[in-house]
Ligand binder design. Structure first.
Ligand SMILES: [Ca+2]
Length: 263
């Protein structure tokens, strides 16, 4: 029996549990070919079919997913799923990965660093340094490497990525030689509008506790990820906006929230 047929057979087995099996009692069960989840195996043994491997997983409260190698017949039980650990979901010939998510067959959405060094940037006004200092690629938190506005009614900074990307995380390196507190209440946004406040927010505004330490990096998780040409930072009230470096992570555009995946 080929693995595809076994996969269908396993769905029937799962359905037959009628809610008495632990978490495999949901009716849909999906697999990805030539894939495995690495680094989360808590038990392994050789078994003759994927059905037995799935049965063993369903009987173990720790098991969230499993890999089955069609060549060696090795069954590996994982304590995480592909969605929980997308960067360890790798290609492996003759290996089949199973879990309950419908997205399992759609491939991985591993976040990766996306360099915005040198991208065109603008800001509401200029004190000593222009907006480009926030994307100059330097890890220095000295003011000479930071963008710096005047004290504006609602200061903002914006970088143009040139085309849409799917932004999953933004990091800001705060000023290290003075005045890091000025970043309190700053909001990160990402979207396609050039007016920064028209775009959705990424994460939460900077708290006083986050802004207080000198030269620290503050992270903003975009949840869900945001399809965006522009990434921006603004302070809703009167203030001075200074950003020593802004960096971003992205996921593939076809995995962006709300995107259709036609695989
Ligand atoms: Ca910089």
């Amino acid at each position: 029996m080929n693995v595809f047929m076994e996969g269908l057979f396993l769905i029937l087995l799962v359905k037959s549990c009628h809610g008495q099996c632990r978490h495999w009692s949901t009716p849909e069960f999906h697999f990805a070919s030539n894939r495995k989840l690495q680094g989360h195996v808590f038990q392994m043994k050789a078994v003759s079919t994927t059905v037995i491997c799935g049965r063993d997983c369903s009987m173990d409260p720790q098991c969230a997913s499993f890999n089955y190698d069609a060549g060696s017949h090795l069954c590996e039980l994982n304590n995480q799923t592909r969605l929980q650990s997308p960067c360890t979901f790798v290609e492996k010939q003759d290996s089949f990965y199973f879990d309950e998510s419908k997205k399992t067959t759609a491939g991985t959405a591993c976040a990766r660093e996306f360099s915005i060094v040198g991208k065109p940037a603008e800001q509401s006004s200029m004190h000593n340094n222009g907006a480009a200092a926030a994307v100059d690629g330097s890890s220095s938190s000295a003011i000479t490497h930071c963008s710096y506005t005047l004290e504006d009614p609602a200061p903002w900074w914006r970088v143009d990525l040139g085309e849409d990307h799917c932004i999953s995380k933004v990091r800001i390196l705060n000023r290290g030689d003075c005045c890091s507190y000025r970043l309190e209440d700053a909001v990160v946004r990402a979207g396609d509008n050039t007016t920064v406040t028209d775009n959705p927010t990424c994460g939460s505004p900077v708290t006083a506790a986050q802004a207080q330490p000198l030269g620290c990096t503050i992270e903003f998780d975009c949840s869900p990820e945001l399809r965006a040409r522009y990434v921006s930072v603004d302070i809703p009230g009167k203030g001075i906006l200074q950003l020593c470096e802004v960096t971003v992570e992205e996921i593939p555009l076809d995995h962006c929230s709300g995107e259709q995946n036609c695989q």
